[in-house]
Design a binder for this molecule. Structure first.
Ligand code: G3P
Length: 217
């Protein structure tokens, strides 16, 4: 399973990248706004900076919702860097645009996915990645990881090539469960990635080893 970081914060991207396990970055308009990035030029420049920091796929989301506008915006985003993946919402014009991008060699990430039916449509349209939002599904009292399992099963028996990119990750256990459920990629906040490191027995064991090491100096 590939690891992406789900943020537009450059310090967090650098910290995750320095771990050596980072395969890419996903952003969305809310994450860009959180960093105070404002205006088309600043947004484009920020994506370029991220592409220069991380050697992997970088999702940049369109804010248009009409076919022609999505295509024009997506083409501009894709021109920033070869690693840009155009993130397109799961709406009717979004599906049409994903098909257009797929036919024209531009890679896509279909976002705001909450059902297996949506996952089938995105795969048929040729999406490179599919982003089911598992945390938001959990928040609405359904099982987000179960959706990853269902989509993974469908894609496997139907031979769909679209990669399942588990998004809206809230904790380290989500990452483990998504790996078990067959996600191809997990995009995570830095805290959830660092959460994978944690085990109290590791801390207790290391303290004991370091204590005993003093006896050998
Ligand atoms: O990038 C999309 C997704 O990861 C959003 O997560 O935490 O806002 O539900 P969240």
């Amino acid at each position: 399973m590939k690891f992406f970081i789900d943020t537009a914060n450059l310090d967090q991207i650098k910290e995750a990248n320095e771990l050596g396990i980072l395969d890419g970055v996903t952003t969305n308009p809310s994450l860009m706004a959180k960093e105070g990035i404002k205006g088309e030029a600043a947004i484009m420049a920020h994506y370029k900076t991220i592409c220069e920091l991380v050697d992997g796929d970088i999702s940049a989301e369109v804010i248009s919702t009409e076919f022609n506008a999505i295509v024009e915006e997506g083409k501009k985003l894709a021109d920033i860097h070869p690693n840009i993946v155009v993130k397109v919402p799961m709406i009717k014009d979004g599906i049409k645009a994903i098909k257009w991008f797929s036919d024209n060699g531009i890679r896509t990430n279909c976002t705001l996915v909450f059902s297996a039916g949506q996952a089938i449509l995105a795969a048929k349209a040729g999406a490179t990645y599919l982003s089911p939002f598992i945390g938001r599904i959990d928040d609405s009292n359904w099982d987000g990881v179960e959706l990853i399992s269902q989509i993974s099963h469908i894609y496997s028996i139907q031979g769909y090539k679209t990669e399942i990119l588990a998004a809206s990750i809230r904790n380290a256990l989500h990452i483990v469960k998504c790996a078990e459920a067959g996600a191809d990629v997990c995009t995570c906040p830095l805290d959830s990635i660092l959460g994978l490191l944690k085990h109290p027995l590791t801390d207790i064991g290391l303290a004991k080893f370091l204590e005993d090491a003093k006896k050998t100096q």
